[in-house]
Design a binder for this molecule. Sequence first.
Ligand SMILES: [Zn+2]
Length: 303
Amino acid sequence: MAPPRFETDFLPHHGQAIEVAPGVQRLTATNDGPLTFHGTNSYIVGGTSVAVIDPGPEIESHYLALRKALRGREVSHIFVSHTHKDHAPLAARLASETGATVVAEGPHRAARDLYVGEVNPLAESSDQDFRPDIQAADGEVFEGDGWALRVVHTPGHTANHAVFALEKEAILFSADHVMAWATSIVAPPDGAMSDYMASLDKLLDRDDRIYLPGHGGPVADPPQFVRALKTHRKMREAAVLDRLRKGDRYIADMVKVIYRDTDSRLHRAAGLSLLAHLEDLLRRDLVETEGPPSITGVFTLKT
Ligand SMILES: [Zn+2]
């Protein structure tokens, strides 16, 4: 099985709501960046009464473009895939101005308990104030005017990550779990590699025809792409084990080799991704470290 072929051809049409499927519009925010690609995709689902998926980051022009796209339509629900600041913050404002019900898996939380003295390096990236009106159960279905969305819990990128399926149309709003342009960031303590891999398997049991992600364009062949993502992570895990075998002890040294072709602005995220692999390997008793696993810790193969 080959690693994924990423699709980076994407026209964001910032400021304009673009129809991407019958009854589905995409509006991309202007928060371009190395982790966000051309910006966060907000989606509008329905006709005269709609659901909004991921209202997006606190950017005034994006909020105004969203309100313009929603003019003359009732917003009954707001779905939030996870609590990162590029997806969740506008939910509260949009809900207070439209009366919509906010649906999500839950407030922000880490994937595991923090160790004594551990400072969460990711605290700044999440909307800690976010509180949904409804904490949706896995598999729960919400209906509106001409649409029905099923909530599917997909922890991994964050502990509270969920995707939303428009099942009649076989469309899955895959948010940051599966994206066509790049792999998703899995960084402890908010993210967990073992959860992420299980959430990929969960999608393979479904038969969605197309994914509409939180950043970039659609995933056209979901089963093949998801299997390729799994291959990619297994190859990365093999690379970590190989570096340990060759004598690397520190994540910083592994990043230099494993991510030598990657934009250096992403090396911090890359280090956290390797920590996610190492935490998974520790859990499976293949690796050891002294004390709690950390980005600056010493890791060795278990003999
Ligand atoms: Zn995210």
